[in-house]
Design a protein around this ligand. Structure first.
Ligand code: 5MM
Length: 333
């Protein structure tokens, strides 16, 4: 299929995902990540609680005012909410697009100790067919780039960029929109400038590969980290410094054909992620929509409020709605 043929429908989906002042909820934690988040909140890590938690999020009244789409993990995408409705159907009926994480995780990269390459390409074409038939409009794949002594290596950046591009090409072939997520981790002592340099190199490599693989930039959404200092950096940076470093990095690397950039929160505090988003939007106008696809920064307070108690689902939903509204407002800054 030529790039021109597939461009229009996926372009419309991509624009819906990032426009209208709304953002994307990342509720696609793998089973192991979800279990540790549940345990952290004092909730038993069972299949039923993983399902009940996501059902609580997806059925939040009025969520579609601030959220355009929800990324689900495969175990949840194929499950049903409490009333027996498949999760993708529940999303769509509530006015939000359904998405699915299709990578199978970051695995040790040969010859590069301490670095990973994200896997999941085997059998992806067939899996995509079934996700599309079940109501998915978009997908997500996350590459993890670590900063450290001599890290990242060019090998790790190249391997992840190529995997992301091959993933994106397959997803567009299936008529779906790929979210391309390269996460430069904020774990470490590195400075803001170092994060900026690594993010710039990573994004440049990814867009080279996306072009090489024939990916239609109009039909994708980029989900990058913000440029922030490491969590153990001796020097802190102001929201204005973070915003200007992030925008400068994106302007150097992200083609204007990409309709939108939806940031991950990456372990920043809930309020800080929102502050940074507002600060960046305040520097506009930008050539792309500047949106959010937060996981923790949207759901942390909801999980704490819910605590696995069916009677507290309303409290959890109120906490999610509050963060979703605040981040949507940050886009209008
Ligand atoms: C919700 O977490 C997503 C899945 O992570 P694992 O596969 O490691 O469990 C993750 O990809 C998420 O979409 C991004 O990291 C953004 O989440 P944050 O919390 O950083 O905004």
């Amino acid at each position: 299929m030529s790039t021109d043929t597939i461009q229009r429908p996926i372009g419309e989906i991509a624009r819906t995902m990032v426009s209208g002042g709304r953002g994307i909820l990342a509720a696609d934690e793998s089973v192991s990540t979800m279990n540790s988040r549940l345990e952290g909140a004092g909730v038993p890590p069972t299949v039923e609680q993983r399902r009940a938690y996501r059902a609580m999020l997806v059925t939040t009244p009025g969520l579609s005012a601030w959220i355009s789409g929800i990324i689900l993990s495969e175990d949840i995408f194929t499950a049903s909410t409490g009333d027996g409705k498949p999760f993708p159907v529940a999303c769509v009926e509530a006015g939000m697009l359904a998405g699915i994480k299709v990578d199978t995780g970051a695995k040790a990269l040969a010859g590069a100790p301490d670095e990973t390459v994200t896997e999941g390409l085997d059998g992806l074409r067939e899996r995509l067919e079934s996700y599309a038939a079940a109501g998915a409009s978009f997908t997500k794949w996350r590459a993890v780039i670590k900063i450290g002594d001599g890290l990242p290596t060019p090998r790790a950046i190249a391997a992840n960029a190529q995997a992301l591009a091959r993933y994106a090409a397959l997803v567009q072939e299936a008529g779906l929109v790929p979210i391309v997520e390269p996460e430069v981790l904020m774990t470490g002592e590195h400075s803001l400038d170092r994060c900026a340099a690594v993010t710039e190199t990573t994004l440049r490599s990814i867009f080279d590969e996306l072009t090489a693989q024939g990916v239609a930039l109009e039909g994708m959404v980029l989900k990058p980290n913000m440029v922030v200092p490491g969590d153990r950096c001796a020097t802190s940076s102001s929201p204005a410094e973070v915003a200007s470093a992030t925008i400068r990095t994106l302007r150097r690397t992200v083609p204007v054909a990409v309709p939108g950039i939806a940031f991950l929160s990456g372990g920043q505090g809930v309020e800080m992620a929102t502050t940074h988003l507002a600060e960046m939007n305040g520097l506009g106008p930008h050539p792309w929509e500047l949106s959010f696809s937060f996981g923790r920064a949207l759901v942390d307070l909801a999980l704490k409020a819910w605590r696995g108690e069916p009677g507290l689902a309303g409290d959890g939903q109120q906490a999610l709605a509050e963060r979703a509204r605040a981040n949507a407002q940050a886009r209008a800054a």
